[in-house]
Design a binder for this molecule. Structure first.
Ligand SMILES: [Zn+2]
Length: 131
C-alpha cells in the first residue's frame, strides 16, 4: 500500500494507507462514499475530504482509475495489470468486468481502417439480466 502511494508521489499517512487497503480489497467499483465508510472501519480518522483528495492524487499518479458510468457518481478501482471492460447492470447497479480478445482486435481493425491507432479505450455495456 505504502509503495503504491510513493509511486504516485503521495506522502504516506495512515488515513491514505487505509484508503488504499480498502481500494485494493474492493472488487465492486465503489464510489467515494462507500470508500469512506470502508476506510473509516479500518481507520476512524479518515474524513470524506481526505478520501476525495487522495483519490484525485492517486488518479493523477495512475494508481487508481475513475469511472464515470451513466446514472451515478464516479466509481473507483485500482489500476489492474490487465485491460478490461465493464458491463453495468442497470437494475442492480452491479459492475461486472470482462475481457474479449475479439472486441480488442475489432477495435484495432476499425481504427486502423480509418488511419488511426488505438491509444486507449473504454467500453461500457449497459445491461439487464436475462430472466
Ligand atoms: Zn473494472
Amino acid at each position: 500500500m505504502a509503495a503504491s502511494l510513493r509511486k504516485a508521489g503521495i506522502r504516506v499517512t495512515k488515513q491514505r494507507i487505509a484508503l488504499m487497503q480498502v481500494l485494493a480489497e474492493a472488487d465492486d467499483h465503489p464510489d467515494a462514499f462507500e470508500l469512506h465508510e470502508r476506510a473509516r472501519a479500518v481507520e476512524p480518522s479518515v474524513s470524506l475530504a481526505t478520501v476525495y483528495r487522495t483519490l484525485s492524487t492517486l488518479e493523477e499518479g495512475g494508481v487508481v482509475h475513475r469511472h464515470s458510468f451513466e446514472g451515478g457518481g464516479a466509481r473507483f478501482e485500482t489500476t489492474h495489470e490487465e485491460h478490461h471492460d465493464h458491463i453495468l447492470d442497470i437494475d442492480s447497479g452491479a459492475v461486472i468486468e470482462f475481457q474479449s480478445d475479439k472486441i480488442e482486435e475489432l477495435q484495432e481493425a476499425i481504427a486502423r481502417e480509418l488511419g488511426y491507432e488505438v491509444v486507449h479505450h473504454r467500453l461500457e455495456l449497459y445491461c439487464r439480466k436475462i430472466p
